[in-house]
Design a protein around this ligand. Structure first.
Ligand code: OTD
Ligand code: ZN
Ligand code: ZN
Length: 356
């Protein structure tokens, strides 16, 4: 594809990994996602977490109400709900989820791995075998935050160690279980997902495709680039970009957009999460254009995800144009502000329109 391309129309994309939060924050951020994406997998790490189908149904209603208030009708955006797996999740919870029609995955947070993950699983195969078996039977995907939490393991090695300690034994015990390795960040993770047997896929964030760990320390400590799993070395970024632009349908889009108020990021103990929902498709287009592979963006953003989840592709379109997009310094959010990733910088791609 020629690097002189100035416009690109793709099937309306979906975001397969998103944090929308709740209440006033939800009301502030939902429009950013719903303007670009037809659907999004909504992460369940609220406080308290979304652990049952009843809680997921109530959360879904709050999202639908917030999006309507933001001017986005229900037919234009569908939240796909998930349950938060705990040591106490029951087989009945799984059966209800599979029957519900609106719960599309169950999320594994190793206890303590990321923001609001204290209620997470302590011993997956030891505590959750019956639940995993029920998920495998029902075809309900397990979505994993793939990092070990062992404090003896170096922060930058936690994903690679997770592959050996958790993914390989998990897949051996449940070979037909659908598994999404969320927000992959390393070449070891890419290698695993490429060659593993059975139904395995991975989401990739825009920030891990565009930035390496130098961004965290460029000119001083940069809290708005801090997320978990943390940004890695350049060779890992290149492996991720290679996977995203390879056409392999095991890799698809998941922003992991995770808004926090400015003051909680710019703090002595700043919290993890990057806000990318505002300019998600601009960021992904920039990453794909950097290796002259915009022709592969539609598969990654709009086709591979629905194929894995067993859902139809969206019917609408989204058009990107080569044009300057200045990322704002901050945005209003629930009486405070949120700083979007790469605030103040410019991107060379811009969402021009969405079509029916
Ligand atoms: N990572 N922040 C959050 C979640 C993700 O691990 C994740 O999915 C969050 O704030 O909820 C983050 O850095
Ligand atoms: Zn995670
Ligand atoms: Zn996340």
């Amino acid at each position: 594809m020629s690097s002189t391309i100035t416009s690109l129309t793709i099937i309306r994309p979906d975001d397969w990994h998103l944090h929308l939060r709740d209440g006033a924050v939800l009301a502030s951020v939902v429009g950013d996602t719903a303007r670009q994406f037809g659907r999004a997998i909504i992460m369940p790490n609220l406080k308290p977490p979304v652990t049952t189908v009843a809680l997921a149904a109530a959360y879904r209603d709050r999202i639908l109400a917030a999006q309507e208030k933001a001017g986005i009708p229900q037919r234009d955006f569908t939240p796909l709900m998930t349950l938060y797996l705990t040591d106490n999740t029951s087989v009945q919870d799984i059966e209800q989820a599979a029957k519900s029609g609106f719960v599309h995955g169950v999320k594994l947070y190793p206890a303590g791995a990321t923001t609001n993950s204290d209620a997470g699983v302590t011993d997956l195969l030891g505590r959750c075998s019956l639940v995993l078996e029920a998920m495998q039977k029902a075809g309900l995907p397990l979505l994993v935050h793939g990092e070990v939490t062992d404090p003896d393991i170096d922060l930058f090695d936690r994903e690679a160690v997770f592959v050996d300690r958790v993914m390989i034994p998990l897949r051996r015990a449940f070979p037909e279980l659908k598994v999404v390795f969320e927000h992959l960040t390393t070449s070891e993770g890419v290698q695993y997902v490429r060659y593993a047997e059975g139904p395995v896929a991975a989401t990739l964030t825009a920030h891990h495709l565009l930035y390496n760990r130098n961004a965290l320390f460029a000119g001083g400590l940069q809290p708005h680039w801090y997320c978990l799993p943390v940004l890695k070395r350049e060779k890992h970024r290149q492996a991720l970009l290679d996977a995203a632009t390879s056409g392999n349908n095991r890799f698809f889009l998941g922003t992991d957009s995770a808004p926090h108020p400015r003051g909680l990021k710019e703090a002595a103990c700043g919290c993890a999460g990057c806000y990318t929902a505002l300019h998600a498709m601009e960021l992904y287009a920039t990453a794909f254009a950097s290796v002259d592979r915009l022709d592969r963006l539609e598969g990654f953003a709009s086709r591979h995800g629905p194929a894995f989840y067993g859902l139809p592709e969206n019917t609408g379109t989204l058009t990107l144009e080569r044009a300057d997009f200045k990322i704002p310094a901050e945005l209003p959010m629930a009486g405070s502000t949120v700083v979007p990733l790469a605030a103040g910088q410019s991107l060379q791609w811009k969402v021009a329109s969405t079509g029916a």
